[in-house]
Design a protein around this ligand. Structure first.
Ligand SMILES: [Fe+2]
Ligand SMILES: [Fe+2]
Length: 320
């Protein structure tokens, strides 16, 4: 399968799993495309064509033309220059690696990370937080992320891949959408007597079990094993990166009892204690791996020979 077709499929599956409707996403894409028509030549230079069809600014091909044939992916949650060198070393030793599948964004996908964050407003709306509240609270946090990332050395991985001739793409929010939906269905929609029972249910999921055996299990960061969960949500599984701590207060007001998260900031944790919201920190790498696995299962339908090499925190678990 051509890299560009594989990547386009990944975006389609990300959109299918998105909390927003397909029509809503298409409307946003059209708005951006329409903008291009009004730009003068000076601004046209900076127009990002990618945004006319792919709503995920943290996901794109960062090296390659897209016409490369891909059957074997080296998949990693964080792939930076060391992992690119690893790929090159492995290729030298005879390992087939057609392309790098990077989860946490690099290059332009990282430069534009904050632009996926408005998705958080819709995820929060789905648990009862008014959009005007979360939107107003999100904006300063998005600005902070933009300024912080702006100073980074953004294109090191991309350049390493280019020099070593290894095609690479980043796929972040599409797979985070998939794991968000999965946790919603497997955990949030079910009834549990206490937080300990949620941990038990999480540990039945192979990726969490694997990580738990390695000493990185899902943990209760606020609440006790006996605490009653109340309304369970997975509002911190997708949306680019952590939102502001005010989101926790809003969720508490909206009646949320327990938040499942991949990573909890200290400030959010402080607010959780103050507002009596239980928090379970699910293993970050295991959670990201679930999303990637769900996508790979779907991509396999299009490329029967699709195969992966697991690196950098990723473990392959196939589901029927
Ligand atoms: Fe992720
Ligand atoms: Fe992550």
């Amino acid at each position: 399968m051509k890299l560009k077709d594989l990547f386009a499929q990944a975006i389609t599956y990300g959109m299918e799993a998105d909390v927003r409707s397909k029509a809503d996403l298409q409307k946003k894409l059209k708005k951006y495309s329409d903008k291009a028509k009004k730009l003068d030549t000076k601004d046209k230079k900076f127009f990002d064509e990618e945004r006319t069809w792919n709503p995920y600014s943290d996901s794109r091909i960062i090296n390659g033309t897209g016409n490369e044939d891909v059957t074997r992916l080296m998949v990693g949650i964080d792939i930076e220059t060391p992992e690119v060198l690893l790929a090159d070393r492995l290729r030298e030793k005879g390992e087939k690696i057609d392309c790098l599948f990077i989860h946490h964004p690099e290059g332009r996908a990282l430069a534009d990370l904050e632009k996926v964050m408005p998705l958080q407003v819709d995820v929060l709306a789905s648990v009862g937080v008014p959009v005007n509240h979360s939107e107003a609270q999100l904006k300063p946090r998005m600005d902070r992320i933009w300024r912080a990332i702006h100073a980074d050395n953004l294109f090191r991985t991309e350049r390493a891949a280019e020099l070593l001739g290894i095609p690479a793409f980043c796929c972040h929010t599409p797979t985070d959408n998939l794991v968000w939906r999965f946790i919603e269905k497997e955990i949030c929609s079910k009834n549990f007597d206490c937080l300990a029972d949620i941990l038990d249910a999480l540990l039945k999921i192979p990726e969490y079990e694997y990580y738990a055996k390695k000493g990185n299990p899902p943990i209760i960061v606020n609440g006790t094993p006996d605490s009653r969960p109340g309304k369970i949500v997975a509002t911190e599984f997708t949306g680019g990166t952590n939102g502001p701590e005010e989101q926790l207060i809003e969720q508490s007001k909206a009646g949320v009892g327990t938040i499942l998260s991949m990573h909890v900031t200290e400030k959010t944790w402080e607010e959780a204690k103050k507002h009596h919201v239980n928090m379970i920190q699910c293993s970050h790498m295991a959670s990201d791996a679930i999303g990637i696995n769900l996508l790979l299962d779907k991509l396999t339908k299009h490329e029967k020979k699709l195969d992966v090499l697991e690196t950098s925190g990723f473990i392959r678990v196939k589901r029927k």
